[in-house]
Design a protein around this ligand. Structure first.
Ligand code: 3MF
Ligand code: MG
Ligand code: MG
Ligand code: MG
Length: 385
């Protein structure tokens, strides 16, 4: 009943299912699966696709022969499991060369190397049919503002993206760029800390139409913010090109938990919004199994991520169809013909509005049975309604 629906485009990263359980304090706890094994796990779980950073697929120091060999294995793994590659991205954070940034590094040669590496990774993504290109600035940031000029950082980032947009056009890749914000980790402070930072940058780019965002549940949540609201703004602007689903507790390190594993209510409202507004991009799970998991449990993690989404989708439909909830929504969204006056400005409307008998004391008496509405929501989630 809750089998993953291919139309919802559930995807995982090679780096997510392939996460070997390493953390800053401990060594890997499981063998890293190769690309073939990852495709098999995702095929078995019923995923739609798999995404990669350039170096998830091809190690940074691979020879051309090794690269060709891995690519052919991957191609076979995709085909045998009916998987596609909707998104590709660049690893601009693991190698020591990026220790103080990639596009925003103080060193112009490192900035050039980061752009070159991205061009090559765009070629690689295009080879596998990717149409969305994600930019997560893992090392774009600072621990001390003595070290880099944050105004220059914005300018340098823009310069890199403008250059890469032209490359995208010239090569006819047809990529849409999706920027992924994060407040901190691995840097003490990361530039473009929240999705809204990128939404504000986009109109200043040479090709704003090509650029949107890839918000991640964990990222705004780490900073104690309401993720659903950030996604809402991107959605309303037509800029939600991709989304990273996972879970996270507020104020903690980057946990990358299985989607819907801890914040049931936020996950529910997120799914409800994506479904209500017919988001049709990929639903990417940027998360990994617990460090305690073995490979069999990694399979359960992948299947569970999609199953939870399907369950929440059903709960959202139930919420929308619930007569009592709909009745309450009518009460709280009271419409008054006066609202027509403020839709568009005209001097006539302004005059009418100024003369309108709006009685604040009367207005404040309107009922807002929010306790009732929230309880009904909770009961749907608890499975008793
Ligand atoms: C880190 C992330 C990244 C990005 C990825 C681009 C390693 O917190 O979320 O995952 O999502 O680099 O897709
Ligand atoms: Mg993340
Ligand atoms: Mg992470
Ligand atoms: Mg992410």
């Amino acid at each position: 009943k809750y089998a993953p629906d291919k139309k919802l485009k559930f995807t995982f990263g090679l780096w997510t299912v392939g996460n070997p359980g390493r953390d800053p304090f401990g060594e890997p706890t499981r063998q890293k699966p190769d690309v073939r094994q990852i495709c098999d796990i995702l095929g078995t779980a019923g995923a739609y696709g798999v995404n990669f950073h350039d170096n998830d697929l091809i190690p940074i120091d691979a020879t051309p022969e090794q690269a060709a060999q891995i690519k052919s294995e991957f191609r076979k793994g995709l085909k045998d499991n009916g998987l596609v590659v909707p998104m590709a991205t660049t690893n601009l954070f693991s190698d020591p060369v990026f220790k103080d940034g990639a596009f925003t590094s103080n060193n112009a040669s490192i900035r050039a190397y980061a752009i070159q590496k991205t061009m090559r990774a765009m070629d690689l993504g295009a080879e596998f049919g990717a149409k969305i290109y994600v930019f997560w600035g893992g090392r774009e940031g600072a621990e001390s503002d003595a070290t880099k000029n944050p105004v220059d950082a914005v300018k340098r980032f823009r310069e890199a993206i403008d250059f890469l947009c032209e490359y995208n056009i010239e090569q006819k890749f047809g990529y849409k760029f999706a920027f992924e914000a994060k407040p901190n980790e691995p840097r003490g402070h990361m530039y473009f800390a929240v999705t809204g930072s990128y939404l504000a940058l986009i109109p200043t780019l040479a090709h704003p139409e090509m650029c949107g965002v890839n918000p991640e549940f964990a990222h705004e949540t780490m900073a104690g913010l309401n993720f659903v609201h950030h996604v809402a703004q991107a959605l309303e602007m037509g800029k939600l090109f991709h989304i990273d689903l996972n879970d996270q507790e507020m104020g903690r390190f980057d946990e990358d938990f299985r989607f819907g594993s801890t914040s049931y209510k936020s996950a529910f409202f997120l799914v409800k919004m994506l479904e209500d507004y017919k988001y049709n991009g990929p639903r990417h799970f940027d998360s990994h199994a617990y460090r305690q998991s073995d490979m069999q449990d990694v399979g359960a993690f992948a299947a569970g991520s999609m199953r939870t989404y399907m369950i929440l989708k059903e709960k959202a439909a139930r919420w929308n169809a619930d007569p009592e909830i709909q009745g309450l929504l009518k009460v709280i969204n009271a419409q008054d013909p006066i609202s027509k006056l403020t839709k568009n400005y005209s001097s006539g409307n302004a005059k009418k509005l100024l003369a309108a008998p709006l009685d604040r004391v009367e207005l404040a008496k309107a009922r807002l049975p929010y306790e009732q509405l929230d309880q009904l929501t909770a009961e749907i989630l608890f499975g008793v309604r």
